[in-house]
Write a protein that binds this ligand. Structure first.
Ligand code: ATP
Length: 439
């Protein structure tokens, strides 16, 4: 079982480089360990993952508002949140080969997975994962700032601002998408674990008595989101944490996990965090962070349900889930079977030939579709090879313009998964694609 799936991992990583999804960063300088750049196709995939999340979490709801908080923040924030004291991983060094490991991620804490030495590890040291830097020209105490290791604290710091300006009352949520930074001891598995990554987080504030019910609600809603966007259910599971895995303030945490080539691993954590975060900041900042219900005269600190997902990690899981190979006419076809909302390009416009006669009508078709869909446009190579290229980047539909188009003003829609073709008048093209795509 392990063998073929690792083969899948290598195939996806190669495809990512070959087709412009993901490049190792600073590659012309030999690369910079475990940082990656999203190329022309990858940036569309990542954007679609984030847009799909935002659409479900903010646009289609009346009880969630958005936020874009700063990445740099002062030590006081992380003192209050507990990150300065507790956001650590246990680090061990192998005295034989000098490699470093995260003790809690080792299969066998006595054996070095790199050189095989037994009992060669140093005592574990707690290593804080936050990146520290300095604001302004003078280094030293007072100028220290941290790059956020999660987006969540921005929501707690702005709880009062948003309560006062948004006319929302619990149950309501604040959603944010953005970069987070963790000085991971062992980054790896491609973009699964990197030091710079993107998160999609919701803090959902509820009356304390409703916390359990909302926790259940969000566990289900978040699992369903992945399924609705094309994740096969046999590669997806919701796993409740055991009591010994829970942080001291959490009364429940579940992870949405994906079956990666190395086994089940986390895409997202949904946590029932009680009033821990608001209370910590209220105490440290000496301010009130609570809700006062003018109708009932009731005053309380809302409890928080937090679904916290990784955008970059989820994009990778969508890639792994979408990858497929089949034999067509004795040739191998590689196809990424993305959900249309996740696929980097929704439509590829492909004139059969570069000849001048087709330029005008091709531009017309492209102009008709571009305002509605992300379109690729490709006039190079034979049409069969262009279809294969679109299959490899997961484009659900190709629209081909040929010489008959000049007479009948019709084009051919070609569907990615079935490869079936349908001839439609240009005038009906946008509606027909809309019908097939569902948007
Ligand atoms: P792990 O145990 O894998 O280190 P975590 O439980 O600390 O992760 P959270 O703090 O719950 O992760 O972060 C929420 C989500 O952010 C994770 O489910 C994951 O998708 C994403 N994430 C966290 N750390 C990284 C990273 N270093 N690289 C990419 N994504 C990450």
């Amino acid at each position: 079982m392990a063998e073929p799936t690792y083969e899948l991992f290598d195939k996806v990583v190669n495809l990512c480089k070959r087709r412009g999804f993901v490049f190792p960063s600073a590659e012309i300088y030999g690369g910079f360990r475990s940082t990656y750049d999203y190329g022309p196709v990858g940036v569309l995939l990542l954007r679609n993952v984030k847009d799909a999340w935002w659409r479900s979490m903010v646009q289609l709801r009346h009880d969630v508002v958005g936020l874009d908080a700063s990445i740099l923040s002062p030590p006081a924030v992380w003192e209050a949140s507990g990150h300065l004291a507790n956001f650590t991983d246990p680090l061990v060094d192998c005295k034989e080969c000098k490699e470093r490991f995260r003790l809690d991620k080792l299969d066998d804490p006595e054996t070095c997975p790199n050189c095989g030495a037994k009992g060669s590890f140093t005592e574990a040291r707690q290593f804080n994962l936050m990146f520290k830097t300095h604001a302004g020209p003078v280094e030293g105490k007072g100028a220290e700032v941290y790059l956020r290791p999660e987006t969540a604290q921005g929501m707690f710091l702005n709880f009062k601002n948003i309560l006062e300006t948004s006319r929302k009352k619990p149950p309501f949520g604040i959603a944010q998408i953005g970069k987070s930074f963790r000085n991971e001891i062992t980054p790896g598995n491609f973009v699964f674990r990197t030091r710079e990554f993107e998160q999609m987080e919701l803090e959902f504030f509820v009356p304390p008595a409703e916390a359990d019910q909302w926790y259940e609600y969000w566990c289900k809603a978040r699992y369903d989101w992945y399924v609705e966007h094309g994740m096969p259910e046999d590669k997806l599971r919701l796993r409740a944490h055991d009591a010994d895995e829970l942080s001291h303030y959490s009364s429940g945490t579940s992870d949405v996990e994906f079956l990666f080539p190395w086994g089940w691993d986390e895409l997202e954590g949904i946590a029932n965090r009680g009033d821990y975060d608001l209370t910590q900041h209220a105490t440290h900042a000496d301010t009130k962070l609570e809700y006062f219900d003018q109708g009932s005269g009731e005053r309380y600190v809302p409890h928080v349900i937090e679904p916290a997902a990784g955008a970059t990690r989820t994009a990778m899981a969508f890639l792994m889930a979408a990858y497929d190979e089949e034999i067509v006419n004795e040739e191998q076809r590689t196809v990424l079977r993305f959900h249309p909302r996740i696929a980097p390009y929704t439509v590829a416009v492909l004139p059969l030939s570069k000849k001048d006669e087709l330029v005008g009508v091709s531009d017309e078709v492209l102009g008709l579709l571009q305002p509605h869909y992300m379109c690729d446009f490709d006039v190079t190579q034979a049409i069969g090879r262009r279809y294969r290229r679109q299959d490899e980047i997961g484009t659900p539909y190709c629209v081909t313009i040929d010489f008959d188009t000049l007479d009948d003003r019709a084009v051919t829609i070609r569907e990615r998964d079935s490869m079936e073709q349908e001839r439609v008048p240009i005038e009906a093209l946008r509606d027909r694609l809309g019908e097939r795509l569902g948007f």
